[in-house]
Design a protein. Structure first.
Lengths: 389, 54
C-alpha cells in the first residue's frame, strides 16, 4: 500500500508524533528541500521559516513537504515536474490549488494540520474541493519570511485541518498571539455568488448558511472589477519575483506558470500603479458600504472538484469572483465544508474584516458544533496508530 | 494576421530588452491575455477617482 496514494507529498520523513504537521513546499523547513514543485528551485535551507519554528516550539512534528501548483502560481496543483495531487474523494479529480497537497493530506488523514499559502485563493480552493477546513489569515498576521513569494502584498500563510478549532490552534501559534473568539454580530449573505454558483452547490450552501444565524443580503462593491484589479497587482509582483529565472531558466517552467510570469513582465508599468490605486478604491468602497458587517458568507467555490482530464477552460475566470476580493483586500477567510453534491464536497466561505481572524474562526467553530463534515468515501489512512505514537 | 505578428514582435523586443527570450508560442499566449485585460484596465483607469493614491 502506498503511503501517499494521493501524491500529496513531495518529501516525507519518518518522524512520529502526536501532532503531525506537513508543509506546502514553498515554506522552508530546515534540512528538507524547498522546490515549489518546480524544476527551477532546489534549496535545502539550514533554518526553518519563522512560522515553522514557532510550530516546532509548540510541539509540532514536521513530517514533510507537500505538493503545490508550480511556484504556488495557479489553482490546480498539477505541476508538470511532480504530477498532480489527487483528490481523496475521487482520485480522478483535482484537489484544486495551489495548496492541493495540503488539502489532500488533511482529507486523507495523513496529518493533523497542513500549512498552505494563499495569494488569490490557494488555501481556500483546495480546502473547499477536498472537504477540509482552511483559513486564509489577514495579510501580515503570520510571518512570511522563509516562504517563496508569489506576490508580496497578497501572500498569506495559513492552516488546513479537519476543524476550525485545529486551524485556530495552529494559527495562534504561528501568529504568536491569542485571537478573539467572539461570534459575528452582523452577517451578510453575498447573494450574487450564490446565484452564480452551480445550482446544486448553491442549494447546499444556502441550507448550510442558515445554521450561522440571521443574515442580510449584501452586494460586494466593484465585484466585476476586483478580479482584474487583483491580476494587475499580482502579475507584476510575481514577475518581479521571477525575473532572474525568466532570463536564465525560462524553458524549465511549466507552460501555464511561464505564461503568467511573462504576462506580468510585459504588462505596461502603469498597470501596477493603477492596480494599487484601484485596490484602495475597492477598500474605501467596502469600508463605506460593508463596515457594519463582520462576516460575509458565500459558497467557497461555485463548482465541485472537476475531473483532472476535464477542467473547464474558463476554470480560472469562473472561480476568481469567489477568491479575489479577500485576496485583494488582505482579509481573513475561513472555509468550512458544508455538504456534498454528487458525493463531492462543497464549502462555505466566511470572510471577516481585516485583523478579525478570530471572528471568522468563531463562526466556523459554531457552525461545526452543529454540522459534522463527512470523511471521504475513498478514505485511506495508511498511517496506523502504532506509527503515530 | 499582420497586426498580430507585429504585436508579437513588439512584445519580443520588450522581453529582450529585459533579458528574456520567450518563444512565439509564449508571446501569443501573452498577447491573448493582454487583449483581454488591457480594455478592462482602460475602463478602470477611466473610472478610478483621480484622488485615489497607490
Amino acid at each position: 500500500v502506498s503511503l501517499d496514494p494521493f501524491n500529496a507529498f513531495l518529501y516525507r520523513n519518518d518522524e512520529k508524533g502526536d501532532w503531525r504537521v506537513a508543509v506546502k513546499d514553498v515554506i522552508d523547513v530546515a534540512g528538507m528541500p524547498t522546490t515549489a514543485a518546480s524544476k527551477v528551485l532546489h534549496r535545502v535551507p539550514d533554518r526553518d521559516a519563522e512560522c515553522i519554528a514557532r510550530l516546532r516550539a509548540a510541539g509540532a512534528t514536521i513530517v514533510g513537504k507537500l505538493n503545490t501548483h508550480e511556484f504556488a502560481f495557479g489553482a490546480l496543483t498539477n505541476s508538470p515536474h511532480f504530477g498532480p495531487a489527487l483528490n481523496p474523494w475521487d482520485p480522478e479529480r483535482t484537489t484544486g490549488g495551489s495548496s492541493g497537497g495540503s488539502g489532500a493530506a488533511v482529507a486523507a488523514g495523513l496529518v493533523e494540520v497542513a500549512l498552505g499559502t494563499d495569494t488569490a485563493g490557494s488555501i481556500r480552493i483546495p480546502a473547499a474541493l477536498c472537504g477540509v477546513t482552511g483559513h486564509r489569515p489577514t495579510v501580515g498576521l503570520v510571518p512570511v519570511d522563509g516562504v517563496v513569494p508569489v506576490a508580496w502584498t497578497l501572500d498569506a500563510v495559513g492552516p488546513l485541518a479537519r476543524t476550525a478549532d485545529e486551524c485556530r490552534r495552529a494559527l495562534e501559534i504561528m501568529a504568536g498571539r491569542t485571537l478573539q473568539a467572539e461570534a459575528p454580530r452582523r452577517i451578510g449573505l453575498v447573494t450574487r455568488l450564490f446565484e452564480e454558483a452551480n445550482p446544486a452547490v448553491a442549494a447546499v450552501c444556502e441550507d448550510a448558511a442558515r445554521l450561522l444565524g440571521d443574515a442580510e443580503p449584501v452586494e460586494l462593491p466593484l465585484l466585476d472589477e476586483i478580479a482584474t484589479i487583483t491580476q494587475l497587482v499580482m502579475l507584476p509582483e510575481a514577475a518581479a519575483v521571477h525575473t532572474g529565472w525568466l532570463r536564465t531558466r525560462l524553458a524549465d517552467y511549466g507552460p501555464d506558470v511561464r505564461a503568467r510570469a511573462l504576462a506580468g513582465l510585459l504588462l505596461p508599468s502603469t498597470a501596477y500603479v493603477t492596480g494599487r490605486r484601484a485596490r484602495n478604491w475597492v477598500r474605501s468602497s467596502w469600508e463605506r458600504e460593508l463596515a457594519e458587517f463582520d462576516l460575509l458568507v458565500a459558497p467557497a467555490m461555485p463548482i465541485v472538484a472537476p475531473r483532472l482530464d476535464a477542467v473547464p477552460p474558463d476554470y480560472r475566470l469562473l472561480i476568481m469572483p469567489y477568491n479575489s476580493p479577500a485576496a485583494l483586500l488582505g482579509l481573513p477567510v475561513t472555509v468550512v465544508p458544508c455538504g456534498l453534491v454528487d458525493g463531492l464536497p462543497v464549502a462555505l466561505s466566511l470572510t471577516g474584516r481585516a485583523g478579525e481572524d478570530g471572528v471568522t474562526l468563531a463562526a466556523a467553530e459554531q457552525f461545526q458544533r452543529q454540522f459534522e463534515p463527512e470523511a471521504p468515501r475513498l478514505y485511506t489512512n495508511p498511517v496506523s496508530a502504532d506509527e503515530r505514537s | 494576421m499582420g497586426t498580430e505578428s507585429s504585436l508579437v514582435s513588439a512584445l519580443r523586443e520588450q522581453a529582450r530588452q529585459q533579458g528574456v527570450e520567450p518563444t512565439d508560442e509564449d508571446l501569443e499566449g501573452v498577447l491573448e491575455f493582454l487583449t483581454r485585460i488591457l480594455p478592462a484596465l482602460a475602463d478602470i483607469e477611466e473610472r478610478l477617482p483621480p484622488e485615489t493614491a497607490p
